[in-house]
Design a protein around this ligand. Structure first.
Ligand code: K1U
Ligand code: ZN
Length: 173
């Protein structure tokens, strides 16, 4: 198993639109496994392939308390989203330390292939529904800060750039 590097905002590669997965094969299973390892190590509840610089439609999620309910979504499509929405606090492993409110549908149905290449439909609500929408956005090249005002987004951008410079300076010593 391999820990992958998570791209950090404002890396322009986070705005790449992912392509459909062509085959559910050994390479894809290894990638999903590496993404789970990376997500669990970072204490996240989801990770999109975009965030590890692989621009294919693959998401891993585990919103369970015991971290024992892994969900893999390959070529996911939201087939239904509730009209009812809710403003909820979100974070992102690509924007560490930043949390802000985003309006999302409270429930969704998503269809996706599993690791056996079988088409499944998942009905989701609560944190799972929010996480699916957040990760689907990553596959479209969208980061949650894109929903915030330009003023907030620019402040976050500046903070992230400074954070990276400070870390690089720290490493050089
Ligand atoms: O995509 C990602 O960067 C993962 C992200 C998923 C997510 C969290 C919260 C709301 C929507 C989507 C994270 O896992 S951020 C870190 C985290 O563990 C977390 C943050 C807030 C609430 C719950 C978990
Ligand atoms: Zn994210």
């Amino acid at each position: 198993m391999t820990q992958l590097t998570i791209l950090r905002y404002p890396d322009p590669r986070l705005h790449t639109v992912a392509k459909p997965v062509a085959a559910v094969d050994a390479r894809l299973r290894q990638l999903a496994s590496d993404m789970f390892e990376t997500m669990y190590e970072a204490a996240g509840i989801g990770l999109a392939a975009t965030q590890v610089d692989v621009h294919e439609r693959l998401i891993v999620i585990d919103v369970s308390e015991n971290r024992d309910q892994p969900l893999v979504l390959i070529n996911p499509e939201i087939v239904w989203a509730s009209e009812e929405t809710r403003l909820g606090e979100e974070g992102c492993l690509s924007v560490p330390g930043i949390y802000d409110g985003v309006v999302r549908s409270i429930a969704v149905k998503v269809q996706a292939l599993d690791l056996d290449g079988k088409l499944q439909v998942h009905a989701a609500e609560g944190m799972l529904a929010v996480c699916i929408q957040h990760e689907m956005d990553h596959l479209m090249g969208k980061v949650f800060v894109d929903y915030l005002s330009p003023l907030k987004r620019n402040r976050i951008k500046t903070k992230m750039i400074k954070q990276k410079k400070d870390e690089e300076r720290e490493l050089a010593h």
